[in-house]
Design a protein around this ligand. Structure first.
Ligand SMILES: C[S@@+](CC[C@H](N)C(=O)[O-])C[C@H]1O[C@@H](n2cnc3c(N)ncnc32)[C@H](O)[C@@H]1O
Ligand code: SF4
Length: 441
């Protein structure tokens, strides 16, 4: 039996529904220096490399939005950006030879804002993917912002095989975005969406945020309706996590209540328009795009290139050092471009997943998506049974947050809206200690 003690779910759900955005497990704040560093060729030698995910991270943005805690920076130093792309090329060569024979099934360029790169550098990013051995006929996703989604860059992305564009809109109500220090006008957003539609990408994803300063359920629904006019195949509805200074008029409880009301109303609207819910945040419309894979950067077998990228094997997750502060990010970026070629042969910073953590990760990621947790697949993969390893999962059913459908445990509607509590409840003690330790720095 797995022994780590987890507090009761009942006590967790009496607190805020917004406890931790569980987009990965474990979170980067649980990563630590690896001593000694891990040799990548050895690490990857026993991994299945037949269907890897290639992720290239571009840590540049036109602005720093007040709500964003991603690893990214605003820079107007062209030379630095060129150096960054050259470093990516050097890293790609070393990582490719460490991987040896390998094949990629998906590729994503994320950020930051990849389209902040000048067009010639954007082109180089695709060449780097080819250096890695990726055939550009695989599904390729690129993140863009409205201002940087220019016609020439979109044309290049489409020509080089990108089939999914994910655009950060956040809100169609100008005052709501401006209150988060994001410079963006609604005509700009609409023009960008028009250009994306024109360029003919099979999948358009629009990111929207609820819980913004000044936002009400009514203005939130207005934003979703405005997004629907562009018939996106996917919509992500993100609850705001980093509290903006301008939102201080509300108590924590009021902020929770408004986020929950927005979530419920938004979900209802999207379901009524034919979208299906893939997870608490993700909604997808199938009719035009039945073969589209769910975009997910969580699978094992991820090879990340770039300063803020993570890489995943079964037993080790690794990346560069992580920071959110402006000065710290710049320092880490400087160190990245000064790396010797040989330095890219090693992972220096990360988290080793023992059997317990591998099982936890599997359970967490399956439960938080509409796929659910398949008991037989778990048994096959870990040679053990879900309820023997994690008896506390029974509490999900007792609280009507989970239900069993044959061989599958799925969250109920009430469970899905508490995804961020259920996810945090499943973190191991070790991961929690590391995360809290990181925040104290
Ligand atoms: C890499 S950005 C998307 C592309 C581009 N950088 C942009 O902002 O337009 C990733 C998305 O994460 C979401 N996001 C980032 N920080 C968030 C936060 N603190 N709370 C909620 N959503 C957040 C935003 O919706 C954002 O569009
Ligand atoms: S939301 Fe997008 S544009 Fe804004 S700082 Fe974050 S990554 Fe950059």
């Amino acid at each position: 039996m797995i022994t780590t003690q987890i507090p009761s779910l009942k006590s967790k759900i009496s607190q805020s529904p917004y406890q931790a955005y569980v987009y990965s497990y474990p979170h980067k704040t649980a990563y630590r220096p690896l001593t000694p560093p891990v040799n990548l060729a050895q690490l990857w030698s026993d991994q299945d490399k037949s269907a890897l995910f290639l992720y290239i991270h571009i840590p540049f943005c036109e602005m720093r939005c007040g709500f964003c805690n991603l690893f990214t920076t605003v820079t107007h130093n062209e030379d630095f950006v060129t150096q960054y792309v050259k470093t990516l090329q050097r890293q790609a060569q070393r990582v490719k030879s460490a991987l040896g024979k390998s094949s990629f099934a998906r590729f994503a360029i994320g950020g930051g804002t990849p389209t902040q790169l000048p067009i010639q550098h954007l082109e180089t990013i695709f060449n780097i993917a080819e250096t890695m051995g990726a055939n550009l006929n695989i599904p390729i996703s690129v993140e863009v912002s409205p201002e940087t989604a220019t016609q020439d860059k979109l044309k290049l992305l489409r020509e080089r095989g990108a089939d999914r564009i994910s655009i950060g809109v956040q809100s169609f109500i100008e005052s709501e975005v401006l209150a988060t220090q994001r410079r963006q006008t609604t005509p700009q957003v609409e023009a960008a969406l028009g250009r994306i539609k024109e360029a003919g990408f099979p999948t358009l994803n629009i990111d929207l945020i609820y819980g913004l300063p000044g936002q009400t359920v009514e203005t939130w629904l207005q934003s979703i309706r405005a997004a629907l006019r562009f018939q996106p195949e996917e919509i992500y509805l993100y609850p705001l996590y980093v509290r903006p200074l301008t939102g201080l008029g509300r108590t924590d409880k009021e902020w929770d209540d408004i986020r929950l009301a927005c979530y419920r109303a938004g979900r209802q609207l999207l379901l009524s328009k034919g979208y299906s819910q893939v997870s608490m945040r993700m909604f997808q419309r199938w009719e035009n795009n039945p073969a589209s894979p769910v975009y997910c950067c969580q699978a094992d077998g991820m090879v990340g290139l770039g300063c803020g990228a993570r890489s995943y094997t079964d037993t080790l997750h690794y990346s560069n050092d992580y920071a959110v502060g402006v000065k710290e990010i710049k320092g880490i970026l400087q160190a990245y471009i000064q790396n010797s070629d040989e330095a890219f042969d090693f992972a220096n910073y990360g988290f080793k997943l023992d059997g317990n953590e591998q099982r936890r990760r599997y359970i967490l990621l399956s439960l938080l998506s509409d796929e659910g947790l398949n008991f037989a697949s778990y048994q096959q993969r870990f040679n053990s049974s879900v309820y023997i390893d994690f008896p506390e999962l029974r509490e999900l059913k007792q609280l009507n947050l989970g239900m069993e459908d044959g061989e599958i445990l799925r969250l109920t509607e009430a469970g899905v809206e508490l995804s961020d509590v259920i996810g945090a409840w499943l973190f191991s003690e070790r991961v929690l200690e590391l995360m809290y330790g990181y925040e104290l720095k």
